[in-house]
Design a protein around this ligand. Structure first.
Ligand code: TMP
Length: 208
């Protein structure tokens, strides 16, 4: 089972603090104003089970073994896609999703130093091979991401990782975008948010 129906599946990716939620909101507003039905969702989370898994994987005290962490993200994804995203795509809706399988390849693959191909295949198995039509990568140099996060007082388990972890995540994202230029739109996250939003609209508009 690959991609269902006539819907459009758009994912946003990037490091922590790269502005994904802002761009997701701006894109959703634009699409909704144009009369489209949009499902806005996220991983981890997006379903009641997903929110429980999110709490575990981001905030549980104590270690989670890297492969267990990868499986929790994959379990969240399997349930989310099967119960929420695929049905929306089958109804012909546009899905705007904060993070998807590229997050797992970047964070669990490169960040936790697991095999990126195995991590990608795990997600493809979990989702019955669902790939996005478009993935917007908001690329942010590591130092800028840390600066944006510095204002926060509480970090989740992944955000709390050291700088070299986040440098690997960023490099992996850029490698993924290079490998699939047709699926990815890479934007410099340091640009003003309206400039980024306009570039996103232009690309999404070409897919409608
Ligand atoms: P966020 O919702 O604030 O982006 O936080 C989610 C965190 O989970 C973020 O640090 C990235 C991480 N993550 C993974 O490590 N693997 C995944 O597959 C996903 C979806 C997120």
């Amino acid at each position: 089972m690959d991609k269902p129906g006539a819907g459009l599946f758009i994912t946003l990716e990037g490091g922590d603090g790269s502005g994904k939620s802002t761009q997701s909101a701006l894109l959703t507003e634009w699409l909704t104003d144009a009369g489209h039905t949009v499902l806005v969702t996220r991983e981890p989370g997006g379903t009641p089970l997903g929110e429980e898994l999110r709490e575990i994987v981001l905030h549980r005290r104590g270690d989670i073994a890297p492969r267990a962490e990868a499986l929790i993200y994959a379990a969240d994804r399997a349930h989310h896609i099967a119960t929420k995203v695929r049905p929306a795509l089958e109804r012909g809706e546009i899905v705007v999703q904060d993070r998807y399988l590229d997050s797992s390849v970047a964070y669990q693959g490169a960040g936790r130093v697991l095999d990126g191909t195995e991590i990608r295949n795990l997600s493809l198995w979990a989702t019955e091979n669902l790939l996005p039509d478009l993935t917007i990568l908001l690329d942010l140099p590591e130092d800028d991401g840390r600066d944006r996060l510095a204002e926060r007082t509480k970090y989740d388990r992944l955000e709390a990782e050291a700088a070299d972890f986040h440098a690997r995540v960023r490099a992996a994202y850029l490698g993924l975008a290079e490998a699939e230029p047709g699926r990815f739109l890479v934007l410099d996250a340091r640009q003003p948010r309206e400039v980024i939003a306009a570039a996103v609209r232009e690309r999404v508009g070409s897919l409608l």
